[in-house]
Design a protein around this ligand. Sequence first.
Ligand code: GTP
Ligand code: MG
Length: 357
Amino acid sequence: MDLATLLGDLRARRPAALARAISMVENGRSGFEALLAAIHPSLGRARRIGITGPPGAGKSTLTERLATRFRADGLTVAVVAVDPTSPFTGGALLGDRIRMESLALDAGVFIRSMATRGSLGGLATATREVCDVLDAGGFDRIIIETVGVGQSELDVARSVDTTVLVLVPESGDGIQTLKSGIMEIADLFVVNKADRPGADRLRQEIEVMLGIRTGNAFRHVKAHHGGGQAGRRAGGQELVDAPSSRLPASPALPAAWKHPVLGTIASRGEGIDELAIELEAHDQWLRVSGGLEQRRKRRLAQRTREVVERAARRWIWQETDAAATIERHLDDLAQGRVSPYELGAGIVADLKKGSTA
Ligand SMILES: Nc1nc2c(ncn2[C@@H]2O[C@H](COP(=O)(O)OP(=O)(O)OP(=O)(O)O)[C@@H](O)[C@H]2O)c(=O)[nH]1
Ligand SMILES: [Mg+2]
């Protein structure tokens, strides 16, 4: 099938075209970059929400509830489950993790799992590209569930508009055990399994930590609008005037994002409304503060770097003699006559000169 037909079908939201485009992108099949380039101008409609946290925290349960809630609002939802720890390609384990029966038969919901990706691109890149296809495919909300709190999850988290970190009372020492990176990247904190002992304490711990970390002088400054209008609130957020502004007509500037710490019992659907409200508030804050544009620009710069790296890798290993040069020097390497560093430096020098023999 040619690209134009596939694009037309994708825009017409034909399910078969969506599946075809996704597998093309996921497997890096010929033409996938042309497809991604063609949909680029139409991206940015969907809101991308990342849900991350330790194994078993209730991310899938929460995702299912949230998706149901979005559906009730008439929105279409795509769910992408990413498991960087799984050696299976969309294998049984991941299948179990995202069964989400209540959504399976709903035509307004699309569920996809991703585990590994071939040698030429990382899982995080592939995930971002699949999300682009879903965005172009017309989904209103894309929820990306990532298992774990390590580097790969951080990479995935960096590709969404809003990151929700799900923690549970039984994660032991709680937040101390988490890499600081993931705390930094979270926009919303959810303490799930609030029916279990220790949930309140965990919430307090997170709040204390946030108080120390945020350190924003204006955080508790109340809005004082000339017209006596109360501070505008979006979710739990307040939009305050810039303190230095003397002009009463100046538009309100958003205060620093105040990270909500929510309690949920996902298995019973409790706290989901509050989560939806805070997600909406974060989206508004991103738009008003210019944060959304900033995040998206950063993401596009990052994506371009990834494209360059992927193309460079492909070129080096598939179109130059670099691999053959290594093969030719295997004995030298093994017998210590040359080190990988010297050989590698020589290959790079040759690449730079344009001679790759
Ligand atoms: N008590 C209690 N159990 C819950 C709650 N939310 C989810 N669970 C249960 O916790 C278990 C794990 O839930 P999942 O939604 O699969 O968790 P997950 O974070 O997606 O798990 P992985 O994808 O395997 O990392 C399931 O047995 C859920 O029924 C909750 O609020 N309270
Ligand atoms: Mg899960």
